[in-house]
Design a protein around this ligand. Structure first.
Ligand code: ADP
Ligand code: MG
Length: 252
């Protein structure tokens, strides 16, 4: 069954059509990649799914429901989480605090309940802590748990960025270039985590990634974009050998 479905989605920035009549269908339980040269429209597709942008035309459905009927702030509680190509963390806060903030954005309780501190809120608070501690264990972040982001190397920040999204326990995880800037060893770890996120946690993953080695290892299906349009779709091997994709990367 398709968990995420974009139909005929178009978004323009002034005269530039960043996403052009795009159809995309991601099945539940799948790891799906969006590839394409710089400026192809990949991050814009993520911004559309996260509701940062509203398409000029087309529909986006998540779990059968119209995602466009929801405001941007309601997207996390609908079960969609994302990481950013440029890591977006609170630099003066610790790893633990950043992960908790990710959870609190996810919460449904009202501000008033927060003040009254009802048993329900206390139970929710405990659930937040547990979810965050699970993520810290899963991503081997214990050594950095109480360290500030500002003092951490890039590779670790990247893992925290993944953790922030995972802590919301999403059904769909959007990863924008999870391996960019990582060493060979860090990329290998990222690959295992993505595998486990799907296998152990049952989370569907849509990722943008330039490292075709990683895409070939973790992804079931790939869509290639160029100039906002879909130019190929298939298995990683099919898409990688597609003449239109090769031409797009060569800029011909
Ligand atoms: P990718 O992630 O595939 O590298 P993007 O989705 O970031 O590409 O960008 C697609 C196109 O849209 C590019 O030409 C980019 O310059 C343009 N673009 C992206 N965001 C904006 C914006 N906020 N305003 C204007 N143009 C934008
Ligand atoms: Mg991008």
């Amino acid at each position: 069954m398709s968990l995420l479905e974009l139909k005929d989605v178009t978004l323009k920035f002034g005269g530039l059509t960043a996403v052009n009549a795009l159809n995309l269908s991601v099945n539940e339980g799948e790891v799906f990649a969006l590839v394409g040269p710089n400026g192809a429209g990949k991050s814009t597709v993520f911004n559309l799914i996260s509701r940062f942008y509203t398409p000029a035309s087309g529909t986006i459905r998540f779990d059968g429901q119209d995602l466009l009927a929801r405001p941007s702030h309601a997207v996390p509680s609908s079960g969609v989480a994302r990481t950013f190509q440029n890591i977006e963390l609170f630099h003066q806060a610790t790893v633990l605090q950043n992960l908790l903030v990710g959870r609190h954005r996810h919460r449904r309780a009202s501000a008033l309940e927060n003040i009254l501190f009802t048993p329900r809120v206390r139970a929710e608070e405990r659930a937040h802590r547990e979810a965050v501690e699970e993520v810290i264990d899963f991503l081997d972040l214990q050594p950095y748990r109480d360290q500030r982001i500002a003092g951490l190397p890039y590779g670790i920040r990247k893992v925290v960025e993944l953790g922030r999204a995972l802590a919301t326990k999403p059904r769909l995880l959007l990863l924008d270039e999870p391996a960019s800037g990582l060493s060979v060893e860090e990329t290998q770890n990222m690959r295992w985590w993505i595998d486990d996120i799907r296998r152990q946690m049952g989370i569907t993953v849509l990722m943008v990634e330039h490292d075709m080695g990683l895409v070939a290892r973790v992804c079931d299906r790939v869509v290639a974009l160029d100039g906002g349009k879909k130019i190929a779709e298939g298995t990683p091997a099919e898409v990688q050998s597609d003449p239109a994709v090769i031409a797009a990367y060569l800029g011909t």
